[in-house]
Each structure stands twice: as structure tokens, then as C-alpha cells.
Design a protein around this ligand. Structure first.
Ligand code: TXA
Ligand code: MG
Length: 327
């Protein structure tokens, strides 16, 4: 069904596909997710197959309302309740002990499951209509750029999935922040759409061993090479004074230098607003990837607020240069 306009469906059709074990791309505030019934191991296996994703990389389960938590997790400690009440619906995933009915395939055999309530009304309605928790990784082939529009999904995965629910461009634009809460210890597994500062203002200090991309991920799936454009990407501290080729692209927060002869410049926020930059980030990389550039030069973001998550994604995109095989 991929090329047909029918790939884009209503919330009722989307829910029906999910109930029947199908795969539906769903809009969220962060990125589009590739959803399947989290309680149906065959649907979950189809997600891994469509993405060509390794089974050691667990999936996040999406629910529409906080009173669904007992359907997914066996413990919901006070600190997690506090975080959920403050940040849900929103770009925060909580990793907590799972209930038995969540198949091991969802969690890659781990005893804990990642869960969140996405801040997107269409998708929350679909989840309520389908009446099942939905496992949804980002709707991109494994290791590639995350999709922030329905068109990105159509282009990257359209021929492998049953339907796409078009909810417009994603408001936040980078994936959720992932916090694991086990034995009352809170650990940052992935920086994302809620900043560490906001989280620590609410619950105090959080462990954050994942400050740099590394080859030995502490969270399964946190591979050094990930979220990568196909064009080689290099991170720099400042806009270079000269460029070597006329097919270079520049990705920059604000373009306040007199930039040399870049073939394409993507300025993410003229006012230097990191929230706006996050919303534009993957779209800009998708455009640059389509432009046939030799290389993307990306200027490092300030390492605070959402800049932390953006720098994390840049590091993983850059790592692809030396490690194409793991994508
Ligand atoms: O914003 C988001 O989180 C998006 C939207 C669709 O919700 N989803 C997303 O999913 O980014 P995905 O599959 O691309 O990334 C999920 C990551 C995994 O790679 C893994 O690092 C972590 O979440 N994760 C999921 N379940 C986990 C678990 N049980 N234990 C540890 N880490 C887990
Ligand atoms: Mg992903």
C-alpha cells in the first residue's frame, strides 16, 4: 500500500490496524513512531523486521493516560509518579519494572520497560480507540535519521508498513529523554526533549553516565553510531574560515559569522533558541542528506538545556563516519 494515498489514514483506521496486529506510523511531539500492539509478540516482531532493527534494542511503550500504568509496569514509585505528573504528556520516557504481559521482545529480555504518554492528541485518541499499549520506536530504518514529518516516514518506510497517521510536523523534534528508575535510583539513559536541568529542578541530582557517545552502551540500543545522515558529518566548535569543496553544508544554531562558500546553510534558530533548533534539527538534516553534499559541517551547540540532547545526536551522527558497519 506504500505509494498509494491510502497510506495516510484516519484515527479509526489507524486504531483498527493496530488491533489487527498491523503497523502504523503515529505522530508524537518528538518524532514519528512506528507503532504496533505491545501485547502482541508478532506485531512487535514485525516492527523489528520493518526497521531492520537488532533485537537487543528495546522498544518504548506508549499509553494515552496515566491510569494505564498498571497495564504496563509492576511498580510506579513516588519519584516516577512525581516526574509523570509534571512532564506527561510529554517527551519523557520512564524505564520501570514491567508486568508479565509485556512480551520479552519489547524489552529485549530486560525486566524493565520504557513507557511514556506522548503529547499528541491524535495519537492519544488512537491509543484509546485501539485500547492496547503500543510499542513504537522512531519510524526510521535502524540507525538512520529520525522522521519529524509524515513525508519522512513515507519516504523511508512507506513500503514496509500498513498505514501512516499524518499529524503534521513534530513540535519538539528530538526524541524523549529516557530515565531509568530502579531501586529508587534515577539514571539518565538518553538526553532528549526534557532538559536535565528541568528534571533535576524537580527531583534533585540524577546519575548521567551517558554524557558521550561510546561503543559500550549502558542502555541497550544506545549505540555510538545512530541517528545518522548518509552524508559524512563533522562537528566543529566554530564556523570554519574556509571550506575545501563547493559541496559542503553547514548546520548551525545561528549564522552570525560571515560563512564561506557553503553549498547549503541550515540555520536552526536565528535567535539562538535551542527549543526552536530542536524542532528544526532532523528536518534540516533530512534536507541536507537529499542535497548531494560531500560533507556536513555541524557547529556544536551550547551544552545546556536541549543543547545537550542535540550534541548527543550530533556525536552519534559523526561517529557513523568511522563506523558505518553498525548502522
Ligand atoms: O521520543 C521518543 O522516545 C520516540 C517516540 C516515537 O516516542 N521513540 C524513540 O524510540 O526514540 P527508539 O526506539 O528510537 O529509542 C528507544 C530507546 C532504545 O534504543 C533504548 O536505548 C531505550 O529507548 N530503551 C527502551 N526501552 C528500554 C529499556 N527497557 N531499558 C533500557 N533502555 C530502553
Ligand atoms: Mg530511534
Amino acid at each position: 500500500m506504500p505509494e498509494s494515498p491510502n497510506a495516510f489514514v484516519t484515527i479509526e483506521r489507524a486504531a483498527a490496524f493496530l488491533r489487527a496486529g498491523g503497523l502504523v506510523a503515529l505522530p508524537t511531539e518528538t518524532v514519528y513512531g512506528l507503532g504496533g500492539n505491545a501485547l502482541d509478540p508478532v506485531a512487535v516482531a514485525r516492527i523489528f523486521a520493518a526497521k531492520e532493527r537488532p533485537f537487543f534494542d528495546p522498544l518504548i511503550v506508549h499509553i494515552p493516560d496515566i491510569d494505564w500504568m498498571p497495564r504496563v509496569v509492576s511498580e510506579f514509585p513516588q519519584v516516577a509518579v512525581q516526574l509523570a505528573e509534571r512532564f506527561w504528556p510529554g517527551p519523557l520516557t520512564l524505564v520501570l519494572p514491567k508486568v508479565k504481559s509485556i512480551p520479552d521482545l519489547v524489552t529485549s529480555g530486560l525486566p524493565n520497560v520504557g513507557v511514556r504518554i506522548p503529547d499528541h492528541n491524535l495519537t492519544r485518541q488512537v491509543l484509546r480507540l485501539a485500547n492496547v499499549p503500543v510499542a513504537a520506536p522512531s519510524a526510521n530504518p535502524f540507525g538512520r535519521l529520525s522522521p519529524t514529518t509524515a513525508e519522512h516516514v513515507q519516504a523511508q518506510l512507506g513500503d514496509r508498513i500498513d498505514a501512516i497517521l499524518d499529524g503534521g510536523p513534530c513540535r519538539v523534534g528530538i526524541e524523549s529523554t529516557i530515565l531509568q528508575i530502579v531501586d529508587n535510583e534515577v539514571t539518565l539513559l538518553r538526553p532528549g526533549g526534557i532538559s536535565l536541568e528541568e528534571i533535576e529542578a524537580l527531583i534533585g541530582n540524577v546519575h548521567h553516565p551517558v554524557s558521550t557517545a561510546s561503543d559500550s552502551p549502558i542502555a541497550p540500543g544506545m549505540l555510538a553510531s545512530h541517528y545518522a545522515p548518509q552524508t559524512p558529518l563533522t562537528i566543529v566548535d566554530k564556523v570554519p574560515l574556509s571550506v575545501e569543496s563547493d559541496r559542503m553544508g553547514l548546520l548551525v544554531l545561528r549564522n552570525d559569522a560571515t560563512s564561506p562558500q557553503f553549498a547549503q546553510i541550515e540555520e536552526l534558530s536565528p535567535t539562538g533558541d535551542l527549543v526552536v533548533a530542536a524542532a528544526n534539527f532532523f528536518q534540516a538534516l533530512h534536507r541536507m542528506d537529499a542535497a548531494g553534499l560531500h560533507e556536513i559541517i555541524a557547529v556544536r551547540f551550547p551544552d545546556s538545556g536541549l543543547g545537550r540532547a542535540l550534541n548527543d545526536r550530533l556525536k552519534r551522527a559523526e561517529h557513523r563516519r568511522s563506523d558505518r558497519s553498525s548502522c
